[in-house]
Design a protein around this ligand. Sequence first.
Ligand code: FAD
Length: 477
Amino acid sequence: APAIVWFREDLRLSDNPALHAAVASHRPLILLYIHDEETDGLRHHGGASKWWLDKSLRALAGDIEAAGAQLTLRSGKSNEVLDAVLNVTGADAVFWNRRYDKPERDLDARIKADLTERRIDVTSYNGRLLNEPWAVETNAGGYYKVFTPYWKQARQCINARDTYGRHKTLNGPDVDSESLDDWGLHPTKPDWSTGFDDWTPGEDGALARLKEFLDGPINGYKDNRDRPDLDWSTSGLSPHLRFGEIGPLQIWRAVHAGMEAGNIHEKDGMHFLSEVGWREFSHTLLYYNPDLATENYNDSFQHMPWRTDETALDAWKKGQTGYPMVDAGMRQLWQTGWMHNRVRMIVASFLTKHLLLPWQEGEKWFWDTLVDADPANNSASWQWTAGSGADAAPYFRVFNPISQGTKFDESGDYVRRFCPELKDLPDKYLHAPWEADKATLKKAGITLGETYPKPIVDHSAARQRALDAYDTLKEKR
Ligand code: FAD
């Protein structure tokens, strides 16, 4: 009888353990993707992620077709769709790679219990992480809450097996499939829907990006990774990892091979892998704290006197705060679906500290606008920046958006790219246009408050307000 391979967050044909095991079972395969917006409790993809998913599924369908089989697309409740496909095909086994967000985990557990009772074999695999959350424990038992000891231990636990090559031939019966065009994942409205063309969603795009990064830019990563003004200062692999077009073990093996061959400097390779380690750590935090996207990890933040201010929130979302580094970041996000990590920290700090707005607002906006929006990384990183997370940046460390700009966008190329209205401003004033005298502004064609906003908050006053708010929280502890 045939078997179903249920693709979820693993849209690739190489090093895909569930697919690999299914092929090894020598059965005809039904390669299935379910678009489930009906099961209660699942968080739907945001707009930018849907854009990516659409392209990624097209790429996967093409790769599967080239291998001689078909990607079956169905929408609806996952359990009902599986039942229908099992019935019509007579399949008696299902293979999948595990997920770690609680609603998905619960759904998978329910389906597995139900199918097992009906004598349908369900086998699940790790296709997403170097180590699954429960595989790395402290001496006392339990999970690590601090990154450095976590990663030290996690590195020792990795099962660095050989990666599985790409499956070049696949076969199975043709099954009725819906059409991607009918799913309407590709948004037509926002102006960004054309602007994401820099990306190549899909497994080929992911592997090409890894190769290009490892062939050069990785050497220098440790020094350059905080530079949003440089192309390739980081790998840009995050959306590919998010959708599982590449697995972390493929990255781990390729970086180690490069270091062993002497092509990748040890310090850069290891630093890059430690960032992949932050992804693992974030998944662990999410696994043990299912409400990480909405609830403070650190309970004392329950008492934080966050403000409500729709106007300020809107200015932040639109990149109209009057702080060029913040605005450039928010516009990069809107226009490209991605933002450099250093700038993510700056804009997140600005929202939670300068504007004193709840981090959950930022988490939601990123969820909708990032092509790499990830339940683990996004929640853990927002809480890290806000100070409410595990192993977080201390709340009192308020990023200064001006000095962060002069330090990490020294040339000003980044701000000039995303805030072109400031491009003729001399470097000296680029990160604080309000400090320029009238003649300089005029020469650069800028009228503050008209062509570019005046700062929506004063840096020193906002910083003090944030620290005072934080102090009230300490008193309550
Ligand atoms: P590289 O530097 O090339 O790193 C390689 C990979 O390591 C990344 O692709 C990513 O999977 C992982 N990684 C790197 N940094 C981190 C980190 N700090 N935490 C967890 N994993 C990391 N990352 C997401 O993938 N999805 C998100 O939704 C997300 N939201 C974020 C929100 C905020 C407020 C902040 C401060 C960071 C967020 N990050 C998120 C983490 C980080 O910014 C991105 O992973 C990184 O910018 C992706 O670019 P890259 O692939 O070029 O990274």
